[in-house]
Design a binder for this molecule. Structure first.
Ligand code: FCB
Length: 438
């Protein structure tokens, strides 16, 4: 078998987010976030849990960094809890909150791990939600001010910044489908939130560059679920190419082109788009982060096809590695190869079992291998892919699914907080060490 070797300096890492792993929700002056509030709503979280303890990473970050080092990982994507740094969202800075991230960054650098810091992975301070949250146009400025505080504190050591994680989820799951915090069900609110999140990204790009130095790099992480033709027939290919794709058209497209297309504009009823907004939204990015889990199959005759998949994960997501190649190629073409890409999340939840202190998660290993192979194929075809962050380092609080989904390459025994490296963790270690798909 020929080895699929990745380019020199390719970054292998894992990703997490603050609310999903930190716990310590009421410690050291952290303010409440919309996720603390949302978890208290009846039936919002499948197992009735919340992130108040989670993986206790706030106290165990040294152990978690040591795990990454043991796995030979060279990069780590984590997020900062806005309400830890600014408990009321704006105004007074909480020195203990920023102090935690200060220590975490130092610990990572000492372990030879490059931090990629996401500024917003969904834990909006409750005080800002009381003022409309992302439906308030002022949110763009609040976010840029918060970004400035963080970059001033950590920018001497952190060079890679991600403004927002998956703004589609913030806007649509949060304001239209009610599945995520703040839990509203109102389409008009969702399109407002979408525009303001994009504006927040563009405004923060400028703020981060102003607060950082010449080596500062900024991008955004978007989630994609591309349309794949259900067959190679001409009709299915055309149907897939023409099918609506809110994730791409509503988020990547305005960022890359500076315009909303007509299908998107038709949905944005009541949203105020001021002159100058689109130029801000289309500000220069140094890279784009791609989160990929699954794809849609489109048939000309049957529309979206769900029933002929070989495999589903525990989330019910179809395993379609070819979609990763497809979205990387789509972005490559759209940016004429000029925008470096990172896979900032990819991974799978399966029901794991501990046998004799080990977790033999062959399905996760197979999932990762298949997706690594597609990433390698995209690089062979010219895509400027710089790194790959597996979701996730450790099992964690999977939002409205609570602790019933398991994405980690390291298992967490919640009763004791013990960490057990799964076979997929060892596999990732071997891949990272060889810098090749094994
Ligand atoms: C993504 C989120 C991440 C995690 C994975 C499974 O949408 O960014 O926090 O929940 O899905």
């Amino acid at each position: 078998m020929t080895q699929l070797t990745f380019p020199e300096n390719f970054l292998w890492g894992t990703a997490t987010s603050s609310y999903q792993i930190e716990g310590a929700a009421r410690e050291d002056g952290r303010g409440p976030s919309i996720w603390d509030d949302f978890c208290r709503l009846k039936d919002a979280i499948q197992d009735g849990s919340d992130g108040s303890v989670a993986c206790d990473h706030y106290h165990r970050y040294r152990e978690d960094v040591a795990l990454m080092k043991a796995l030979g990982l060279k990069a780590y994507r984590f997020s900062i809890a806005w309400p830890r740094v600014l408990p009321a969202g704006r105004g007074a800075v909480n020195p203990k909150g920023i102090g935690f991230y200060d220590r975490l960054v130092d610990e990572l650098l000492a372990a030879g791990i490059r931090p990629f810091v996401t500024l917003y992975h969904w834990d909006l301070p409750s005080a800002l939600n009381a003022q409309g949250g992302w439906t308030n146009r002022d949110s763009a400025g609040w976010f840029a001010d918060y970004a400035t505080v963080v970059v001033r504190a950590l920018g001497d050591r952190v060079k890679d910044w991600i403004t927002l994680n998956e703004p589609w989820c913030s806007a649509y799951l949060g304001y239209e489908f009610g599945m995520h915090a703040p839990g509203y069900q109102d389409q008009a609110l969702a399109s407002k939130a979408m525009h303001h999140l994009l504006l927040a990204h563009g405004t923060a790009l400028q703020a981060i560059r102003a607060a950082g130095d010449a080596n500062t790099r900024v991008g955004i992480t978007l989630n994609f679920e591309p349309n794949l033709p259900a067959s190679e027939s001409e009709d299915d290919r055309r149907a897939a190419a023409e099918a609506f794709d809110l994730l791409y058209e509503g988020f990547a497209e305005p960022i890359l082109t500076g315009a909303y297309n007509e299908r998107i504009l038709a949905r944005m009823v009541g949203v105020e788009i001021r002159p100058g907004d689109m130029a801000i939204i289309a500000g220069r990015n140094d890279f784009m982060g791609v989160n990929y889990y699954s794809a849609k199959l489109i048939s000309a005759r049957r529309g979206a096809v769900y029933d002929d998949d070989p495999e589903f994960t525990r989330m019910g997501w179809a395993v379609r590695p070819a979609g990763l190649y497809a979205i990387l190629m789509q972005l490559h073409r759209a940016t004429r190869g000029r925008l470096p890409l990172y896979i900032t999340e990819n991974g799978a939840s399966f029901a794991d079992q501990v046998t004799d202190g080990r977790v033999h998660d062959e399905r996760r290993v197979a999932y990762l291998r298949a997706h690594f192979t597609q990433a390698h194929r995209a690089i062979q075809d010219g895509v400027d892919l710089r790194g790959y962050f597996v979701w996730s380092l450790i099992d964690n609080f999977e939002w409205s699914f609570g602790y019933q989904q398991f994405f980690g390459v390291v298992r967490v025994e919640y009763a004791t907080q013990a960490r057990i490296i799964k076979d997929s963790g060892y596999y990732l270690r071997d891949v990272a060490t060889a810098n090749a798909v094994l």
